[in-house]
Design a protein around this ligand. Sequence first.
Ligand code: SRM
Ligand code: SF4
Length: 561
Amino acid sequence: MAEPGKASKAEAVKENSRQLRGTIADELTTDEAKFSGDNASLLKFHGSYQQDDRDRRGKGGKEYMFMLRTKVPGGKLTAEQVLAELDLCERYGNGTLRITDRQGFQIHGILKGDLQETIRGVHETKLTTLGACGDVNRNVMCCPAPYVDSPVRAEMQAMAAALSDHFAPSTTAYYEIWLRNGEDREKVHEQQPAEDPIYGKAYLPRKFKMAITLPEDNCVDVYANDFGLIAVVEAGSIAGYNVLVGGGMGMTPAKKQTFPAIGRRMAYVPAEDVIAVAEAVVKVQRDFGRRDDRSQARLKYLIADWGLERFKAKVEEYLGRSLAEPRPVDVTGVDDHLGWHEQGDGKLFLGLNVDNGRIKDEGDFRLKSALRAILGKYGMDCRNTALQGLILCDIEPGERGAIEQTLREHGVALAEEISLTRRYAMACPAFPTCGLAITESERVMPDVLAGIEAELARHGLGGERFCIHMTGCPNGCARPYTPDIGLVGKSRGKYTIYLGGNAEGTRLAFVYADQVPQEEIVPRLAPVFAGFKSERTDGESFGDFCHRRGEGGLAEFSVEE
Ligand code: SRM
Ligand code: SF4
């Protein structure tokens, strides 16, 4: 790695921001449709991205609008919170609410003049957008399955909430800008520490992500996070966690020194020490992560530069004690939690597939109205899944028929009516909202999936799980570098096809084909499906088959007989 140079401009913006204030409050009152550059980047820490409708870019200039992201630690929600987000997306956004693949919510299409009211609306439901984006710890992920038959999942959820609280930025800027008026503002301001006790003056060099999983159920893709926890269960409860560090997906093909990475197993930590260890990891990244080059600033690059041993030693130094070696516990499985399940207390939960996380009413498909009807009537708690799905909790067995009926009437398919491939599929938003999109993702995913499903059926593979993640650029928001099949937007209408990962997310896939036009994705995959069908070993998954054959071993399938 090159010697770090002068800190980038982004660092000065953070440092001079007076704890993330900038002049956002002043700019909020102007008639301008957008914020100026520095405030637009500080706005991210408050949960919002300045975007424009890329379908409507034209002679009249950009049509500015804002995306607002809500943190939902562990995906845990009340009915009121979901209903409030639905109200907000209708009142101020584009009428759709998007479940993110980190179990949060996004509303798109908010005008600058409505941003404050939207943030207030989120805050009133006891959720927050503070720290949903920006160079701080983001939404903490955790398995959302609401089983109550053992304390394990509740312990994980409690850990997610504790981590989320501990790493929330301490600034009172959020309250002053978005929530309070007049004198109240000054009172709140007085409560603020001189600088953030964890993040310091310039916050982190880059975003930071945490997730908690069970070994047999890695539905949160723990290996894709900067800091991951794999629960070590003893005598029916969590004794501690294996700590992973340095996972991350983003890469820029033109910058050879960038790469996706899966987390490295660093240590075993008793449950009561997790927060202190997480804080030591975050502070080492704060102090030693690159601040001169944002493309090299994630924790994975510091670990690649130092090596895991040196990194661990520095974490131990910050912690003031040594860390134990990881236990022989690792990820072994994954579950999407869709369909009907017994919770363990006589009640049921129902996991719903939400294509690309987009809750909307469109034609005969009226998921948004169905949710309004069901949540309005039964008021059950909900959970967002990391595969962009939604779980309805605490359902009495006697209510099952009526709930299914409501979903059917609104054109919402139940899990058993959808292929496993569709259930495990994800696509990032890309066009028209994402400013970094190179090509389409969410909008073309239904067609791509339909083509793949038809091809799989032709090979008699329709009943199997193929995990497919698609993105509109190499930043990797739908975690495309670890599943069975990754489709990564490379140039307009063209994708890089990755193969050889797995649904459990424990290894990186390899490039199978580059610059593949969208209409050629299925023809390029078809011969590999045929080879898999005829040459797989007993019970072998598609990803495992591709991994076993390796990059070179798939070449013979490049022409279908
Ligand atoms: Fe992401 C940037 C959407 C999860 C890696 N991501 C963006 C932005 C904000 C584009 C931008 O910077 O202008 C996208 C907003 C698009 C839009 O119109 O909504 C965006 N990312 C998303 C979401 C909504 C995708 C989804 O389909 O759900 C996810 C929001 C999660 C949340 O609730 O917090 C989302 N992004 C991810 C993930 C997956 C994860 O965290 O598990 C990754 C890969 C893991 C990682 O962080 O390495 C990811 N997003 C990125 C990157 C590349 C980061 C890097 O280290 O290189 C960017 C670009 C950047 O930061 O410069 C990015
Ligand atoms: Fe945008 Fe790229 Fe992320 Fe997709 S992967 S949302 S195109 S930044």
